[in-house]
Design a protein around this ligand. Structure first.
Ligand code: 3UK
Length: 520
């Protein structure tokens, strides 16, 4: 049981505590070129909190939109809003005016802090939506810039005495289908994910150096790159651009011990690693989509390190099924994180016995609270969060991912999980990435169609199609093999590293598998 005091501002526990303990000189957050100590971070957080109150009249409960790439200043803005009792609405840097506008309306946002390089789209939003009154530029050099305002603000600020269950974050889901949903999380939730998943699965210590790719607007990144390190007085290196080349570079230059990224990034890293690059890494966390066994094994082979799979969701704030290193079963997501319960249920919510495939249901210290959204009733049923994933729990209690419930391919009466076919394809040495979806078919309803990115040096020809089909038939039940294989240069992915299956499905339905249609 995780119990927190009734009055709780998470920033006191993540930041101020270390200053009070005389640990202010320890590194807190940096980039490949900067390093801020806990004391320096606290100084900026307090100044920003004062600016928010003094210059923009922020009162507790006000929502503040943040828009910036991952860097120390974004962390300072984030913590400043929380410390002042505000509610963070963090947004992905690549979002456009239309998507930002939806969030501004939905979360009724009047104030935004925005990196000067990303102003254009947000200004467009402001022109369209009256309520977004003020956009404070960050780093523009202007006299009304946040950095200028900070210079004349006090470096002291007393944390707003928020309640443990005051909302402090509205995280928007990536919304691959329909409008994005705002999920509300409390001050205590920020600590609960550290004390459940963070502590039990990562066992972090204050000398750990965290790094990785997920944007802080994605709760995977918020936990992995800000909350988990700060909860134990450790540090984190943030990357404004976090492709595989930048990740390898940060491994070499900053010697991190913990890395957070998505399966596709681990696969991309494999081709780039030189001996010794991962020597300081202790833990590599993979989340966002399923981690195929082939990826697990290839990473282990190349680096000697196990990958730590974990399923999380914006609705749950962070990871709720995973396994500490000594309990990993490659190919399985793992066991419920201590503090969480998970089970498999049928469509009516009835418990299913071990070995059956069904809907994943989970409950624990964090959970789904949509901001004014009638889909709440679908996500939370009888107190259990229904994540929309199809899973199998084995006799030993391990959870095995099958598919997103709406991604199941039904072909000639068979249920086929696209990710299982992808995992089989990935064990073929020529395959770099792949996505498998159902394409409409008159005879079978749907047929299995694979979009494949080949590794360099392999020919995309009929012989390869045949080789891949035979390979799948040898790996898993033959009826699951892809009847159609299309070779592409790249797969459509979200900013969070997820395959956009709906895009592949649309292309498959249009009968157009040309590389150019996908690469754009
Ligand atoms: C899928 C996985 C198989 C699954 C997230 C860690 O991904 C995160 O949040 P989102 O709201 O998406 C949630 C959905 O993504 N998924 C995530 N991890 C896995 N499927 N294996 C996995 N390991 O469909 C889930 O319902 O974008 C991940 C921490 C925080 C997060 N928000």
């Amino acid at each position: 049981e995780l119990v927190y005091p009734e009055r709780l501002n998470c920033v006191s526990e993540l930041l101020d505590k270390w200053i009070a303990a005389g640990e202010g000189d320890r590194p807190a957050v940096g980039s490949p070129t900067e390093r801020w100590s806990y004391a320096e971070l606290a100084d900026k957080v307090n100044r920003i909190a004062n600016v928010l109150v003094r210059d923009f009249g922020l009162v507790p409960g006000n929502r503040v939109l943040l828009r910036a790439p991952n860097n120390p200043l974004l962390v300072a803005c984030y913590l400043a809003v929380l410390k002042a009792g505000g509610v963070v609405v963090a947004t992905m840097p690549l979002l456009r005016a239309k998507e930002l506008g939806y969030m501004v309306r939905k979360a009724e946002i009047r104030l935004a802090l925005c990196d000067h390089r990303l102003l254009d789209e947000l200004v467009k939003t402001k022109e369209e939506i009256g309520i977004l009154g003020t956009i404070v530029p960050v780093g523009s050099g202007r006299t009304d810039d946040l950095l200028a305002l900070m210079r004349t603000a006090s470096p002291h600020f007393t944390a707003c005495p928020t309640a443990a269950d005051d909302v402090c974050l509205i995280g928007f889901t990536s919304g691959t289908t329909g409008e994005p949903k705002g999920t509300m999380h409390f001050h205590r939730d920020m600590l609960a994910i550290c004390d459940a998943y963070g502590r039990n699965v990562l066992s972090p210590n204050r000398d750990d150096v965290f790094t990785g790719s997920p944007p802080l607007a994605f709760t995977f990144g918020l936990g992995g790159l800000v909350l988990f390190p700060m909860r134990v007085g450790a540090s984190s290196i943030l990357l404004e651009r976090a492709g595989p080349d930048e990740l390898v570079d940060v491994f070499r230059r900053c010697r991190p011990t913990v890395c957070f990224t998505a399966p596709t990034a681990y696969r991309a890293l494999l081709a780039r690693l030189q001996p010794g690059d991962t020597a300081t890494l202790r833990i590599c966390v993979s989340a966002g989509e399923a981690l195929p066994k082939a990826t697990w094994e290839a990473w282990k082979e190349a680096t000697g390190l196990p990958l730590l799979d974990g399923i999380g969701a914006t609705e749950m704030l962070h990871i709720f099924i995973s396994a500490p290193v000594e309990k990993i079963r490659p190919g399985a997501t793992g066991l419920p994180v201590p503090g969480y319960e998970a089970k498999i249920v049928d469509d009516l919510g009835r418990d299913l016995p071990p070995g059956s495939v069904g809907r994943l249901a989970v409950r624990g210290p964090t959970g789904c609270r949509y901001l004014a959204d009638e889909r709440q009733r679908r996500y939370v049923q009888n107190g259990w969060n229904i994540t929309g994933d199809t899973y199998l729990q084995d006799a030993d209690g391990y959870f095995w991912y099958q598919a997103r419930s709406d991604d199941m391919i039904v072909s000639a009466g068979y249920n086929i999980a696209g990710p299982e076919v992808e995992a089989a394809l990935l064990t073929h040495p020529a395959v770099q990435e792949c996505g498998v979806v159902g394409a409409p078919d008159e005879e079978r309803g749907q047929i299995v169609k694979a979009y494949v990115v080949l590794k360099p040096g392999h020919a995309a020809d009929a012989a390869m199609v045949k080789a891949l089909q035979d390979h799948v038939k040898a790996e898993i039940a033959p009826y699951k093999y892809p009847r159609v294989v299309a070779f592409v240069d790249a797969l459509p992915r979200t900013e969070t590293g997820k395959l956009q299956r709906f895009v592949l499905r649309r292309i498959a339905a249009e009968g157009d598998g040309s590389p150019t249609a996908l690469a754009s």
